[in-house]
Design a protein around this ligand. Sequence first.
Ligand SMILES: Nc1ncnc2c1ncn2[C@@H]1O[C@H](COP(=O)(O)OP(=O)(O)OP(=O)(O)O)[C@@H](O)[C@H]1O
Length: 242
Amino acid sequence: MSIETNNLSFCYGKKAVIEELNLKINKGFNVLLGPNGAGKSTLFSMLTGLYKATSGVIKINGYDLSHDRAKIMRTMGVVFQQSTLDLDLSVKQNLIYYAALHGICSSQAIENISEILTQLELTSRLNDKVRTLNGGHRRRVEIARALIHQPKVLLLDEATVGLDIDSRKMITEYVGSLCQTLGICVLWATHLIDEISEEDQLIIINEGKIQAQGTSGQLCKTHKVADVYQLYRTLTTSVEII
Ligand SMILES: Nc1ncnc2c1ncn2[C@@H]1O[C@H](COP(=O)(O)OP(=O)(O)OP(=O)(O)O)[C@@H](O)[C@H]1O
């Protein structure tokens, strides 16, 4: 259960947005914090194999992405920044279609996540069209869908953006608890500092480079700052945070 990058770089044309990035995270809740434009989504696109790195190596669960992408995809769940649910299908149809892409039959799919559906309070919504769900419930469906093939690594790109306080709290706490119950490696990209607790592993990224990595409490001590907000201000030049 790990994600590792070695000297990873990516350019859009001539513009370098990820520069010789060396990252190593293990199981647990790992937060990738950075301002708008820091390179979080670009990094996610590379980790999921959507973008090919300009140079460098990505290893996930010990497999090299450039050689073993199919193996990696079998052990990886992803929630992208933009919703990818079909609004005109029911929750269940969205889930079983995705499961089928992983070669999982519909009964097995629902069995795999029956407990998750209960915990996410989705069981009663299974036959509802996604269009009738609010933003918080749609996000929960995407999380359940990302877990349907029982991944070892879960990537979430700004999964709580646009949600109300209660939905954000529910989702961050639930994903945090998955690290304990399933023992998986979560990479949670955000620019919302109130989602970070002292014991979370924190990676601060700015302008395509890692500025700091460690538990948030430890990093605050090392950089002699009172809280994550001060830490963030010290290590990035942007003030665009909520
Ligand atoms: N398709 C593209 N072509 C050119 N530049 C791009 C493209 N996509 C992103 N960029 C630039 O790459 C940099 C990193 O963008 P990216 O979306 O990865 O950042 P981010 O940290 O995810 O930001 P946000 O929090 O706003 O989603 C930014 O300067 C952005 O303008």
